[in-house]
Design a protein around this ligand. Structure first.
Ligand code: TYD
Length: 425
């Protein structure tokens, strides 16, 4: 569906990122250093969003000169420490990315100094989706919000084709005065009723409600990332690191695994992997993996992708190709056919294939949990599994990224992150 507007402007603090902690701590630091009485948490919250100068004057009874000195001391702490005591609101990165991908003009209009906004955009990895970053200089007279909005837009932009998202009345009032559509982000630092009272055209309580509205009823499409590799290749560690990284970048990753991932599929998993199932026919095994996958896709993966989440799955169809088609020698056609009901719905956007040689894999497994029914297979089985993974990497080099996992955790994660960044950007 086509977007409603051409230009999408975002306030930063309280709209794109929760920068509260760094601002609160740095205001408290400044007041303490200047020997001023401390403020409580709710009073400190009011500093988030509006120009600092005005807040020091209004909430601390300072003169203009005293407020400038308070800002100087505030920055002693804020620039190197407080700036990074912040996080993107979950779902914001996917929204910016979706708008950018659909050809919209996306910009930041904030009363924060421009160099800080630029640093934060880079820190959070969102700069590639922004057409402009309009903040203030470091001078005494901070620009008012209307000027910031105008300088965030290209010259001659039709203001009726623009909307401004913000969490404080300053954002809403400035947008309305210029004739932009004013969208209230009520998940930020607004006071009760503040945004409606300021004349917001729409007010949203969550990023996901706002995203759905901005994107014309559709949540941004999620991404499906799978990790594959032979047993003991270190997938779990890398999945944990990737999850933390994506949260830092403002995404909402959903972690899951195969076989398993939902109640029915976890029960199938027990049957497949249990040593009590020794002697199970290869066909039965392949069908059970496929059955567990159908349920898992329907119950977990597809719904999460539909609401714009990034799904990270520990093994997926490629494992069935490597273990059942190659390892059990059932052939690719049969395995693909029985998996059709699952992969008709979803297919990985990116597969990270962590490879270690068999000796290293055995060494790592010896240190871990007791071996399951597949892990006690003979060596020729694992050689065929490895050949299966190699064939997949060769056949689909764009989707399947092979990573040498015999190196340190950090080195492997550098490559994992680079591949995921490449997909996101
Ligand atoms: P698991 O304990 O999850 O192993 P790992 O930590 O190595 O992923 O067990 C899953 C086992 O199931 C693993 O040996 C690979 C195998 N498997 C298949 O044979 N086919 C499949 O389709 C999947 C998903 C897994």
């Amino acid at each position: 569906m086509a977007l409603q507007y051409d230009y999408y402007l975002f306030d930063f603090d309280g709209t794109v990122a929760d920068t509260g902690e760094g601002i609160r701590r740095s205001v408290a630091y400044s007041l303490e250093k200047l020997g001023r009485p401390p403020l409580d948490e709710a009073q400190l919250d009011r500093f988030i969003g509006p120009p600092l100068h005005d807040s020091f004057v209004e909430y601390c009874g300072m003169t203009d000169d005293e407020a400038e000195e308070a800002i100087r001391v505030y920055r002693e702490r804020y620039v190197d420490i407080g700036l990074y005591e912040s996080a993107l609101y979950p779902g914001i990165a996917a929204l910016l990315q979706a708008l950018h991908r659909q050809g919209a003009y996306v910009a930041i209009a904030s009363a924060k100094p421009t160099f800080m906004l630029e640093r934060l955009a880079e820190h959070f990895g969102i700069q590639g989706w922004l057409d402009a970053i309009s903040g203030t200089g470091l001078g005494r007279h901070s620009a008012d919000k209307q000027d910031l909005i105008l300088s965030a837009l290209p010259e001659g932009a039709d203001l009726s084709r623009a909307c401004m998202m913000g969490d404080r009345r300053f954002d809403i009032e400035a947008a309305k005065a210029l004739g932009l559509r004013a969208i209230g982000a009520d998940y930020g630092y607004s006071l009760p009723e503040e945004l409606a009272a300021a004349g917001a055209d729409e007010v949203f309580a969550t990023v996901s409600d706002m995203s759905r509205w901005l994107l014309g009823g559709e949540a941004p499409r999620g991404l499906f990332i799978t990790l594959e590799g032979s047993d003991g290749c270190g997938k779990s560690t890398q999945i944990g690191l990737l999850k933390d990284y994506l949260i830092r970048r403002g995404f909402e990753p959903v972690l899951t695994r195969e076989p398993g991932g939902c109640p029915i599929s976890e029960r199938i998993r027990e049957v497949i992997l249990s040593l009590d199932s020794k002697g199970m026919s290869p066909e039965c095994e392949a069908l059970l993996y496929a059955a567990s996958r159908v349920e898992h896709v329907r119950e977990v993966i597809e719904p999460a992708l539909k609401c714009g989440k990034i799904v990270i799955c520990d093994r997926f169809l490629d494992s069935s190709i490597a273990y059942q088609a190659y390892g059990r020698e059932l052939g690719g056609a049969f395995v693909r056919q029985i998996n059709e009901p699952a992969v008709r719905q979803v297919f990985p956007d990116l597969t990270l294939l962590l490879s270690v040689d068999r000796a290293e894999s055995r060494r790592r497994m010896a240190k871990g949990a007791p071996l399951d029914r597949l892990e006690i297979e003979r060596e020729d089985f694992f050689a065929r599994v490895q050949a299966g993974f190699d064939a997949l990497a060769e056949a689909e080099p764009k989707r399947v990224k092979r990573i040498d996992a015999s190196r340190s955790i950090e080195e492997v994660f550098d490559e994992v992150r680079a591949a995921v960044d490449n997909l996101l950007n």
